[in-house]
Design a protein around this ligand. Structure first.
Ligand code: LRH
Ligand code: MN
Length: 438
């Protein structure tokens, strides 16, 4: 855990908050410890493991999101990347589970990356994968992305999109990032609009140029998405296409799984198992959804699916350990907070992903293997359910408190008055209510 030289919230306030919660937390912790001990599980090992968990926060999630219909800005919205970093510092100070931020360019472009890095260092924050953006036209842009970017018919538009991605890599290098996430909205709205194979061939040509610009220790993450903004055919629509492209490009190209980018009822945990098996699982954008790419808070709709994803990650990590191969997918949130305080949503979402991580570590993998090998179907299923049904809240809270965070991050945040202070310090930008996600 990186040191927070400049805590944003008054550390004494957090200590006072924890002192008030200490007795109840200790009682819950001891009770859970007793129950787990009867299962032969050492709660201290799980709490230490919980303390190692980290998920990156999306800078674009610090502001209120919206839909194509409307955006209802909240109070004290961050107006630039520096204010977004301040909000991300609050999230990490109270959860101690979000030590890195994933930036999005040009939304977070700054002419002074050194100053941004210094600010981040002061907050004890690092930078995870940077994200390019060739799904919007910027002011004064020469070539439109209306008909696509990396796969566009227009060679000029493709070259412009490739150069933007290379610029993102260079900016990311100055900030200490080690990966570029490439999501393109490229696709068609009508059968016949594009030659489906031609589009992918052009996309791959562009990606080869981006791949060639990657520093030796960098990765490029290909993010697939079934639809939107294209509503007939999306160039990188599914994990199979992403996997084929990552394999075609080379070892530094991996696949990123955004949980909201699949058709309803898709078995996402199996996609995770497949990508891990073939060494192409680069990372995640965690969120939740009921219908489409809803970008809802992680674990808010289908927490069992989130648990099953982490169960596959625990299986893959165990195999990697025994196979001495490295397995270190990037964990990032990607959400749009339309009706909640983004800081509260990001804190509770980070905790829900951490919860799935700890619950997956509770699965008795030896027993599970035995039941699977003997086709004892019910006991195999129940072995997963037993871990999922275990309320590990006290472990997560104890890990936070021991790391200097808050027993109850949202309660501590509300009593800190941070949002009120931000509303005073950040008068709303005129005409802030628009549509779109940021
Ligand atoms: C696309 C996506 C992608 C980001 C954007 C903000 O839906 O998930 O990861 O670039 O959201
Ligand atoms: Mn995403």
């Amino acid at each position: 855990m990186t040191d927070m030289k400049n805590p944003v919230i008054d550390a004494n306030m957090v200590a006072e908050h924890n002192a008030q919660q200490q007795a109840d937390l200790q009682a819950d912790y001891d009770a859970l410890g007793g129950m787990l001990a009867r299962r032969g599980v050492d709660i201290e090992k799980l709490t230490a493991l919980a303390g190692t968990f980290a998920v990156a926060v999306p800078s674009w999630g610090a502001g209120t999101g919206g839909t194509r219909f409307a955006r209802f800005p909240g109070r004290g919205e961050p107006r630039n990347v520096f204010e977004k970093m301040e909000d991300c510092a609050v999230i990490n100070q109270l959860t101690r589970a979000t030590p890195a931020v994933s930036l999005h360019f040009p939304w977070d472009r700054t002419d002074d990356p050194a100053a941004l890095k210094e600010i981040a260092d002061g907050y004890g924050l690092g930078f995870d994968a940077v994200n390019s953006n060739t799904f919007q036209d910027q002011q004064g842009q020469d070539h439109t992305y209306k008909y696509g970017s990396l796969s566009a018919q227009s060679g000029a538009a493709r070259a412009q999109a490739v150069q933007h991605n290379i610029d993102c890599i260079e900016l990311g290098q100055k900030l200490g990032s080690k990966a570029l996430t490439v999501w393109v909205g490229d696709g068609a709205n009508f059968p016949g609009q594009n030659n489906l194979r031609g589009s992918l061939e052009r996309y791959l040509d562009s990606m080869r140029d981006i791949y060639g610009a990657l520093p030796a220790d960098w990765n490029v993450f290909i993010e697939h998405k079934l639809f939107e903004p294209a509503f007939y055919a999306t160039v990188i629509a599914d994990w199979g296409t992403s996997f084929a492209c990552a394999t075609e490009l080379g070892p530094k190209a991996k696949c990123l799984v955004d949980l909201g980018h699949h058709a309803p009822n898709t078995n996402i945990e199996m996609i995770v198992a497949r990508l891990a098996q073939f060494g192409k699982l680069g990372g995640f954008h965690f969120n939740d959804s009921k219908y489409g790419d809803d970008d809802l808070d992680s674990g808010s709709i289908n927490p069992f699916q989130l648990f099953l994803v982490f169960n596959e990650l625990a299986d893959a990590a165990e195999r990697a350990k025994s196979g001495a191969t490295d397995f270190n997918p990037a964990y990032m949130l990607d959400q749009s907070h339309n009706v909640t305080d983004p800081i509260e949503s990001l804190m509770s979402s980070a905790v829900e992903v951490q919860r799935a991580f700890v619950q997956a570590a509770l699965v008795d993998r030896n027993a599970l293997r035995g039941f699977q090998e003997s086709n004892d179907v019910l006991n195999a299923a129940q072995t997963l359910k037993k871990a999922y049904r275990t309320d590990v809240s006290a472990i997560l809270a104890m890990a936070r408190v021991r790391a200097g965070g808050a027993a109850d991050p949202v309660a501590a945040y509300r009593s800190s008055g941070y949002r009120d202070g931000a509303a005073e310090r950040r008068p709303a930008k005129a005409g802030a209510s628009s549509s779109g996600i940021v």
